[in-house]
Design a binder for this molecule. Structure first.
Ligand code: BES
Ligand code: MN
Ligand code: ZN
Length: 539
């Protein structure tokens, strides 16, 4: 698993602390719907009594979502005079029960913050990781651009009230890091595009990663520019970036927590810092949301932050193509044909289908250069994904049943759920017929998310094209251009890489402010990615 000392060090450099010697001024206590109050271990006997009777008098039932702030001196030591009693619903150890803890603690933290609490102790909720996640996620608020008092930094501290075993401490710290990773992804996404250009994205991520104090041999950041992309003949990526005056960046983050020579897990994230649509310009209503079109990049960066902070024992390579998609005299035009790094040519039918263009070259580069055993890309790729699944699930398109199942389990644990979608050659004709090039970047209205996924698959080296999911009788055998496997070499035979594309367009933002949700960009699924990395590393 991961090393506790490293975690503690990474976390202690910030405001976080675990000891119960803190002068907490407030605490959160959980109540199950069966009436069981989860008393802090350190509470005095008379405190227990008075808290119990106050909870009764307040009429709190323990239902999920309930929260009541009680005032008094509960013998919790130090200065605790405010206690938020939060409803946890039914007891249990399921992923749903853990999420009730996350939600409840977040609700409690918000209630106490509103009552000017400054240092909140969280009593054991039966699942310390979920409690810590709820607390840190619940404290998130994006007020960087508010002036005066409203823009004051968030100075509320959270820590565990009385954890005993190293396991409990570790779980709590794990949760704090998970939440920090997601909060980082949220900030990157929420920050307006004029403050989050490709250049500024790279700077911010570098600052966050370097702040972890991880050995430079274990965590390497490389930033590429346009000249590099030109050298590698990334014609697809370049064709999107060229409409903007903002220079493109390609960010590589290499984390070496595993053995030398172990193949890495590769994560690739779409980093369009603003998507106007380009010459195929989007309607102006809600166009501002497209500041979040680097959600793939943000969640991948957040995941790397978490993986490095936890010092997970595996190797990871992240590849993040960053640019703006803008209309201008230099922009790509519908009908243009570009040559991707893979050699395949692409007709740019719609300049608003830009995500697959920048990902095509990123996927080729990462799969060819780093020969990962598993390659997962994340992208706010298609509006059709939101139409299909809404904000309940992110869609996963995978060549691999085992990879799908690992992602599914990680998503359930983190309560950032995934739903499997078909990644299948049956959709190939939609992006290969009726074009003057090898591929066309739009597949029509039908199955818009599925044609985008099968487009991306064409650019992954060492891939097995179909793998048992949704196999149809007499499936089309259309092959596009030269199959990538042919020139792949010894260690990159077809099937040597497990591939998944995750379309996060539907889960990019939320309208909810309840529990740990905050209206705006979600940073989903940063936590599920870390959970996934942890699971495949401890195998
Ligand atoms: N970034 C958008 C997809 C998107 C839409 C994400 C809404 C989040 C919310 C993407 O670049 C895009 O514009 N896709 C087009 C593709 C089409 C032109 C084939 C779309 O979905 O309309
Ligand atoms: Mn677009
Ligand atoms: Zn886009």
């Amino acid at each position: 698993m991961f090393r506790i000392r490293a975690i503690t060090k990474a976390v202690r450099t910030r405001t976080f602390h675990t000891s119960s010697t803190q002068l907490h001024d407030a605490a959160i206590v959980g109540l199950h719907v069966d009436g069981q109050l989860l008393m802090p271990r350190s509470i005095a006997a008379d405190g227990k009594e008075s808290l119990t009777s106050l909870v009764k008098a307040a009429g709190v039932k323990g239902k999920a979502g309930e929260s009541r702030v009680l005032y008094g001196n509960f013998g919790l030591g130090s200065d605790i005079q405010k206690v938020a009693v939060v409803g946890l619903g039914k007891q249990g150890t399921s992923a749903a029960a853990k999420d009730r803890i996350r939600m409840a603690v977040a609700t409690g933290v918000k209630a106490l913050k509103a009552q000017e609490a400054k240092d909140i102790g969280i009593a054991g909720m039966g699942h310390d990781q979920a409690a810590a996640e709820g607390a840190s996620l619940g404290l998130y608020n994006f007020n960087q651009f508010k002036s005066g008092k409203k823009g004051a930094p968030n100075d509320v501290k959270i820590s565990a009230l009385d954890l005993e075993s190293p396991n409990e401490v570790q779980a709590f710290e794990y949760g704090v890091i998970q939440a920090r990773a997601q909060n980082l992804a949220r900030i990157l996404m929420e920050t307006p595009s004029n403050h989050m250009t490709p250049t500024l994205f790279v700077e911010r991520v570098r600052k966050e990663l370097e702040g972890l104090g991880v050995d430079a041999k274990k965590l390497k950041i490389t930033v590429r520019d346009r000249a590099w992309a030109e050298e590698l003949k990334m014609g697809a990526f370049l064709s999107v970036a060229k409409g903007s005056d903002e220079p493109l960046r390609f960010l590589e983050i290499e984390y070496r927590g595993g053995k030398d020579g172990d193949k890495p897990l590769a994560l690739v994230g779409k980093g369009v810092t603003f998507d106007s649509g380009g010459i195929s310009i989007k309607p102006s209503a809600n166009m501002g949301m497209m500041k979040g079109d680097m959600g793939g990049a943000a969640t991948v960066a957040g995941a790397l932050y978490g993986i490095a902070a936890l010092q997970l024992p595996l190797n990871v390579i992240a590849g993040i193509p960053l640019c703006e998609n803008m209309p201008s005299g230099k922009a790509s035009k519908p009908g243009d044909v570009v040559t991707s790094m893979s050699g395949k040519t692409i007709e740019v039918d719609n300049t608003d289908a830009e995500g697959r263009l920048i990902l095509a070259d990123a996927l080729t580069y990462i799969s060819k250069t780093y020969k990962p055993h598993t390659l997962v890309d994340l992208a706010t790729l298609t509006g059709a994904m939101d139409v299909a699944l809404g904000s309940a699930y992110a869609g996963v398109f995978s060549t691999s049943n085992s990879l799908w199942s690992e992602l599914d389990q990680a998503g359930e644990e983190a309560h950032e759920a995934f739903w499997r979608m078909p990644l299948h050659s049956v959709y190939l004709p939609q992006i290969t017929a009726n074009t003057t090039a090898d591929l066309i970047n739009t597949g029509g209205r039908s199955a818009g998310s599925c044609t985008a996924a099968v487009f991306l698959r064409e650019f992954v080296h060492g891939i097995q094209r179909d793998d048992g999911f949704a196999k149809t009788e007499g499936e089309p055998t259309t092959e596009v251009g030269k199959p990538l496997e042919e020139d792949a070499g010894e260690d990159l035979k077809a099937g040597s890489v497990r591939y998944a594309h995750i379309d996060i367009a539907g889960v990019m933002d939320t309208q909810s402010n309840s529990g740990y949700y905050a209206k705006g960009m979600t940073g989903r699924p940063a936590r599920a990615l870390i959970e996934f990395a942890k699971r495949i590393s401890s195998k």
